[in-house]
Design a protein around this ligand. Structure first.
Ligand code: PLP
Length: 449
């Protein structure tokens, strides 16, 4: 998994080949960065950005006389026209249930549906197409794993969870612990809001059964060196899951390079539709998961005496799947593979740096976990003002940001915060969005302070 290097100084580039020492050193240097003067990319990059932006119809609207400034991509991304077209096309021409019927429509829809599994295998660089399971989102994917592993876990087993995790990567493990008597231990963050690698190494000496990590924090945008963290966990024999919900729209992924047992994400955060998610699992382990859902589609033979389950991937996809959403996801993957070039990744990185530097320059703004290698997200509060008030006043000027605990209450507690505002960018965000957001925040500041 790589993020394209940004031309700005002090940028930490994460690659799967960084050693732990590199990571620790780069973390130290990143935390020493105070302010930087950020110059945005060339007009070429701006032109490319404008071309991408033109593909997103929802971005071109006015709100109360203001042009929409959408900085809530981490919650859900806007959708390009090709995703909308693919879904409409499916319903208009091919709509039929998959895998079941002898007729042509069903054959077409099955072909389109299964083609997306092939696309995902290639997108993630998975070894086998059967390692790709369709779910309804990241939350369901983690539940599939946490439920499916029940028989693997015994009383007293340890489950390590990243302290920056989204609730979706906490609660299913707590439920697993309730069922089995396993013990949850958080992996703490250090003072700079990064995963504390030395505390992690100490926790790994306890030989945990499962290690649940996030790739990119949804609340802060900080990036974990997941390949190295997974490698350390594997040495101790742990099963590893990486939540890639906030990584997948920004980074180039390679699950084999990361080496994790499970990697999960949602379609709607990567320019695809809602209601579709992905569970990648290493075949041998995936094949041992007990199915969370049972019923049609996932069986080989059923009688009133007993049922024999089918094989992967169907065994973990009971019932009629979200077919149109899978097809929309396929279009989103094609979109990302076409548009998310290293230049575009560099532009995104520069926008995040620019946003941070503009907020620092404003004064009276607290930034949380802000590094120049953050992905997509800037978390902040305006002085001691309530995040919700700031969000509402920004909305009155057409600026959409997220305010609250960001489904990361344990993280907020460790930061001693009730919540914060989060501005998050996507492939379509431009400098004008950032400037309009900062100007709106200045007027909120003038009003409140
Ligand atoms: N994990 C992370 C890091 C997230 O950001 C989110 C959503 O915000 C989730 C999990 C849950 O995703 P979903 O609601 O699509 O299941």
């Amino acid at each position: 998994m790589t993020q394209a290097a940004s031309p700005t100084p002090n940028t930490v580039t994460h690659t799967a080949t960084n050693t732990m020492a590199d990571i620790e050193t780069s973390h130290a240097s990143a935390s020493a960065v105070t302010d930087t003067t950020v110059t945005l990319c060339s007009s070429e990059a701006e032109k490319q950005n404008a071309q991408i932006r033109s593909q997103f119809p929802a971005l071109h609207q006015m709100l109360d006389g203001y042009p929409l400034c959408y900085l809530d991509t981490a919650a859900t991304s806007q959708k390009p026209q090709m995703v909308l077209d693919a879904m409409a096309q499916f319903y208009a021409n091919d709509n039929a249930n998959v895998h079941r019927a002898a007729h042509q429509l069903s054959a077409r829809s099955t072909l389109s549906y299964e083609k997306v599994r092939d696309q995902l295998q290639q997108f993630l660089k998975a070894e086998r197409r059967e390692e790709i399971i369709f779910s309804h989102g990241t939350t369901e994917s983690i539940n599939l794993v946490a439920f499916g592993l029940t028989a693997h876990v015994s009383a007293g087993d340890i489950i390590l969870i990243d302290a920056a995790a989204h609730h979706a990567n906490i609660v299913p493990w707590q439920e697993l612990a309730k069922r089995t008597g396993a013990v949850i231990k958080p992996i703490p963050l250090d003072q700079t809001c990064r995963l504390d690698v030395s505390a992690y190494k100490t926790l790994l000496e306890l030989k945990p059964k499962i290690v649940a990590l996030c790739h990119v924090s949804n609340a802060l945008g900080t990036v974990n060196p997941v390949a190295q963290l997974v490698q350390l966990a594997k040495k101790q024999g742990a099963i590893t899951l990486v939540d890639g919900a906030q990584a997948v729209a920004h980074l180039t992924l390679d699950v084999t390079e990361i080496g994790c047992d499970f990697y999960v994400f949602s379609g709607h955060k990567m320019y695809g539709p809602t209601g579709i998610g992905v569970l990648y699992g290493r075949f041998d382990l995936l094949d041992t998961l007990a199915p969370l859902l049972t019923g049609g589609e996932m069986i080989k033979r059923v009688s009133f005496e007993a049922t024999e389950f089918g094989s992967l991937p169907n065994r973990l996809e009971a019932g009629t799947p979200p077919i149109a959403e899978v097809i929309g996801l396929g279009a989103a993957i094609t979109f990302l593979q076409t548009e998310l070039t290293p230049q575009v990744q560099a532009y995104e990185a520069e926008l995040v740096n620019y946003l941070q530097s503009q907020l620092r320059a404003l004064g009276e703004v607290h930034l949380y976990g802000a590094f120049d290698d953050n992905i997509g997200v800037v978390a902040f509060n305006l002085a001691d003002e309530h995040h919700q008030d700031v969000g509402i006043l920004l909305d009155q000027q057409g600026v959409a940001v997220r305010c609250g605990h960001h489904c990361a209450m344990p993280l907020m507690q460790s930061l001693n915060l009730k919540g914060c505002c989060r501005a998050s960018i996507g492939i379509y965000t431009n400098k004008d969005d950032i400037d309009r957001f900062v100007a709106a925040l200045v007027s909120v500041k003038d009003l409140l302070l």
